[in-house]
Design a protein around this ligand. Structure first.
Ligand code: AMP
Length: 279
């Protein structure tokens, strides 16, 4: 397993591999890896000759009052996990390498970037689309693997790839959960034992919506009300959004149908968690 820190070296290694006709699968991450990340790595391993994982806590996708500086960084453990999964290349640049002084070019996907997490976290998706564009230029993957856990991110990145003609395929992998339903997240490390138990309310609220929709309820308003009622059972958790949307545009839909995305975000203590289900 090779570890690249410099863009120029990574770029020339990947150019050479592409020239040899090898297919490249890229898994972008911010590290602090868990089974959710590893599921993407396994999907990439099964579908590509060369698997590259990027580990970069991207400052441009964090707001000024968010957790950039305290975001968990576990590089050595991450490398050990990735080695075991048969990863070929890790790209782990420094912030200065990715954003040298004076860098002032950003990629913005208008519209969809302002919905769901983009509405609560202003500028978040501008940071995501900028860093992912850079990773695509550096690695030149044939396929890039993302988790359904970040459903809004998937919508934004799919649109970016379409609009900017990136010659690659986005592969979306299902949400990996703990046995009790909590979606795995690097941010779960922030939770106390008590908060960990409270955090299950996200999964419970989504379960209620699924149950009602399976029983024939079509009204988004009714489904959102039901989810909100579940959240009231856990008063220490503050819902940020509960949304019933088209998975591609992230626009609200009045009635649910096949493929409708139900997404929630909530603060458990100071930790912001997200989860979703596709009906
Ligand atoms: P992050 O390191 O949080 O930026 O996540 C890197 C990638 O892993 C993103 O594409 C996430 O959607 C994906 N991911 C994170 N958590 C999960 C999970 N529980 N199940 C599936 N994919 C996940």
């Amino acid at each position: 397993m090779l570890i690249f820190k410099a863009i120029a070296e990574a770029q020339s290694a990947f150019t050479r591999l592409r020239g040899e006709g090898r297919t490249i699968g890229l898994v972008p991450t911010m590290g602090a890896l868990h089974e959710g990340h590893l599921s993407l790595v396994r999907a990439a391993r099964a579908a590509s000759d060369v698997v590259a994982v990027s580990i970069f806590v991207n400052p441009t996708q964090f707001g000024p009052n968010e957790d950039f500086s305290k975001y968990p960084r576990t590089f050595d453990e991450d490398c050990a996990l990735l080695e075991r999964e048969g990863v070929d290349m890790i790209f782990a640049p420094t912030v200065d390498e990715m954003y040298p002084p004076g860098a002032s070019t950003f990629v913005v996907v208008e519209g969809v970037s302002d919905r769901l997490d983009g509405a609560s976290r202003r500028g978040h998706f501008r940071g995501v689309t900028t860093v992912v564009s850079k990773l695509f230029h550096i690695v030149g993957p044939h396929k890039a693997f993302f988790g359904q856990k970040d459903a809004a991110q998937v919508a934004v990145l799919r649109k970016m790839v379409r609009d900017l003609n990136f010659p690659l395929q986005i592969v979306v992998c299902p949400i990996v959960r703990e046995a009790d339903g909590l979606a795995l997240s690097s941010r779960n490390r922030y939770l106390s034992a008590e908060e960990r138990a409270q955090a299950l309310v996200l999964h419970r609220a989504l379960g209620k919506v699924e149950e009602l929709a399976a029983g024939g309820e079509r009204s988004s308003t009714k489904l959102i009300e039901a989810a909100r009622a579940v959240f009231t059972s856990e008063p220490s958790v503050r819902a940020d959004y509960i949304a019933v949307v088209d998975p591609e545009t992230l626009e609200d839909v009045p009635e649910v149908g096949n493929g409708t995305l139900v997404a929630v975000a909530a603060f458990v203590g100071t930790t912001r968690l997200i989860d979703n289900v596709v009906l």
